[in-house]
Design a protein around this ligand. Structure first.
Ligand code: PEP
Length: 242
């Protein structure tokens, strides 16, 4: 696991930042001194500006979704190649909000991941159980099924990232306990085709106050941060907790 570099990723969701330039100038020195890679995933309309603002800082910029096709008659959609063309390096796929609100299935996520890899993007594939599934004792079974269905097939050595995000911990202020996170990350790792090098992030109400404990767990290689990534000081504190 020593060879896995940590990754702190921010997901702005559908939020523009009027102070985006100030945000990146505050983040840049933190990212430069960090022992983790830093990724920011703004809405698609801001990717180009973010890439320009981050030039030379080492901060990576990613998308929040992509279409499985390269181009064509898909009104409103954006392809992985288009994200790559405007300077993105990563794309979040299968976020629980997209699985819930857009009916994305594991098969859809897999097709998008294949497209992302073909375009040279690193897919950040999200998995996670609902509260009802956890309370029914089915959390590992659900996540294992999502992994089996969402990861590209024949994926011996692929440059991809997994984000474990229990649905009940996203945007709720509730985080999973360290013991639950450790157990789930270990369960995920043993199901990965390339367990030694694949980075597994935790996501769900990560804040400056809980980041250190979560990031110190053996199988936690970083965090996917929603709400707290909108504030440069909070996001910086999470990066510095690595
Ligand atoms: C997310 O949406 O990926 C997320 C983890 O959100 P939050 O940090 O706000 O819970």
């Amino acid at each position: 696991w020593m060879s896995r570099r940590k990754l702190i990723a921010g997901n702005w969701k559908m939020n523009g930042l009027s102070g985006a330039l100030g945000y990146f100038s505050e983040l840049a020195p933190v990212a430069a001194g960090a022992s983790a890679d830093v990724l920011v995933c703004p809405p698609a309309t801001l990717i180009h500006a973010a890439v320009q603002a981050c030039a030379g800082t080492g901060i990576r910029v990613g998308g929040q979704d992509c279409h499985a096709q390269d181009h064509g008659a898909y009104t409103g959609d954006i392809s992985a190649a288009m994200l790559r063309d405007c300077g993105a390096t990563h794309v979040i796929l299968g976020h629980s909000e997209r699985r819930a609100a857009h009916g994305e299935t594991d098969g859809d996520v897999r097709a998008k991941a294949v497209a992302a890899l073909a375009a040279g993007l690193v897919p950040v594939i999200c998995v996670g159980e609902t509260l009802a599934e956890r309370e029914a004792g089915r959390a590992v079974e659900v996540v294992a099924r999502q992994l089996a269905g969402s990861l590209p097939e024949n994926s011996a050595i692929l440059d991809l990232v997994i984000a474990y995000e229990p649905v009940w911990a996203i945007g709720t202020g509730r985080t999973a306990s360290a013991a639950d996170v450790a157990a789930m990350h270990a369960a995920i790792r043993e199901r990965l085709p390339d367990p030694l090098t694949t980075c597994i992030l935790y996501g769900g109400s990560v804040k400056p106050g809980n980041a250190r404990e979560l990031l110190s767990l053996a199988d936690v290689d970083g965090a996917l941060v929603g709400g707290a990534s909108l504030d440069a000081a909070d996001f910086s504190a999470i990066i510095e907790a690595v």
